[in-house]
Design a protein around this ligand. Structure first.
Ligand code: GDP
Ligand code: MG
Length: 171
């Protein structure tokens, strides 16, 4: 089994996140917890890509999501680090911005709700997607990225996050 620090999650900044000028803020929140960015690209998704990405959702919501996710560019990313999936979901907050905790991305930067979006016949606008489980992450990473687009490299700060002995700090 891989060390927990090798866990990866798929994150996408949705079209509204880009239009709200929140790219830097979102990347910064994930960076500062200690996660490592191992893949990133901007793209305009097509309906087929979104349909497959959300294939587990019911048809009505999936239709809403195709319209939402193809409306403008998105940013697809892979983040790596200990408990990457759960840590990222904690920082992102729960699906509905109205009830997401204060301090989370969805709680702090959006005011949408199920009631309003359902009434208006559209997807809840919540800025960001993050995988719900390591299995979902694996599928989503291979759906959006070629293997060579995900980069294996070392960040110097990993020694502080994961090294057992913290050797080499004192001179
Ligand atoms: P997530 O993992 O927190 O993004 O939530 P889901 O995987 O359950 O749903 C995917 C996306 O569909 C959400 O992020 C919302 O954009 C949208 N969505 C989910 N549930 C609803 C709903 O009940 N009503 C509407 N209008 N949109 C929804
Ligand atoms: Mg989901």
């Amino acid at each position: 089994m891989n060390h927990p620090k090798k866990e990866r999650t798929f994150v996408a900044i949705k079209p509204d996140g880009i239009q709200r000028s929140l790219i830097g803020e979102i990347v910064s929140r994930l960076e500062r917890v200690g996660l490592k960015l191992v893949a990133i690209k901007m793209l305009v998704a097509n309906s087929g890509q979104v349909e497959e990405h959300y294939s587990q959702l019911d048809e009505k919501i999936r239709k809403y999501l195709i319209k939402y996710m193809t409306s403008g560019p998105i940013i697809a990313m892979v983040w790596e680090g200990a408990h990457a999936v759960k840590i990222t979901r904690k920082i992102v907050g729960c699906t509905e911005p109205l009830t997401s905790d204060v301090g989370t991305i969805r709680g702090d930067y959006v005011l949408d709700s199920y009631a309003m979006s359902d009434e208006d016949g559209r997807a809840v606008r919540n800025l960001i997607h993050a995988s719900g489980s390591p299995e979902e992450a694996e599928k989503e990473i291979s759906h959006w990225f070629k293997p060579e687009e995900v980069i294996d490299y070392r960040l110097v700060q990993e020694e502080i996050l994961y090294d057992v002995n913290l050797d080499g700090i004192l001179e």
